[in-house]
Design a protein around this ligand. Structure first.
Ligand SMILES: C[S@@+](CC[C@H](N)C(=O)[O-])C[C@H]1O[C@@H](n2cnc3c(N)ncnc32)[C@H](O)[C@@H]1O
Length: 172
């Protein structure tokens, strides 16, 4: 049993989760300790959560199906054929997954993405450009496929100083 305090969900995820079909299927990509999977399950969503390190999330609650999978090792996408009402990605970027995530939405489904952007090197890690979105990159990833209903590209102070890009986009 973990005695680590459960980290709070991102304010961006909290803001947009009410736009996901109530009780729908949600995928938490690179879920880490499961702060979003846990919170979304408590709201009544059926959550699939995936991370290459399942030990980070040792006690998934009812309503969360945790999968240990490396999403970057060239293996087939583990949710092939599945469609989700919501997909949540925070603080993780593997660019080849972006079109796969778009393809994995149900009609009406919402992609909620938030991760570090160029400029974050001023604040600390990550500072490797491979892990930093370039200006407009999330918008480019969904252009012509999803309707962007929320987007920000800014520096934040909470939960710690960082440069982030964040987007909520729907498959219509
Ligand atoms: C900064 S943490 C973010 C965790 C969570 N999304 C959050 O915001 O609390 C990045 C996560 O990506 C996972 N990750 C990194 N590379 C991965 C890969 N190749 N396949 C699956 N998960 C990976 C790590 O294990 C880690 O849990």
């Amino acid at each position: 049993m973990s005695h680590e305090p459960v980290a709070a969900p991102s304010a961006w995820v909290v803001r947009w989760a009410p736009m996901i079909r109530p009780g729908g299927a949600v995928l938490d990509v690179a879920c880490g300790s499961g702060r979003h999977a846990r919170w979304l399950a408590a709201l009544g969503f059926e959550v699939d959560a995936v991370d290459r390190d399942a030990t980070l999330f040792p006690d998934p609650p009812r309503g969360v199906k945790l999968l240990a999978a490396d999403l970057e090792d060239g293996s087939p996408w583990p949710y092939a054929g599945r469609r989700f009402d919501g997909i949540v990605v925070t603080n993780y970027l593997h660019r080849p997954l972006l079109p796969i995530l778009v393809d994995s939405l149900e009609p009406g489904g919402l992609l909620v993405y938030e991760t570090f952007a160029r400029g974050n090197e001023r604040f600390g890690k990550p500072s490797n450009p491979a892990f930093l979105l370039s200006p407009g990159e999330l918008l480019d990833a969904v252009r012509g496929r999803l309707r962007v209903i929320g987007y920000e590209d800014l520096s934040v102070q909470e939960p710690r100083p960082a440069a982030v890009q964040r987007m909520a986009a729907r498959l219509e």
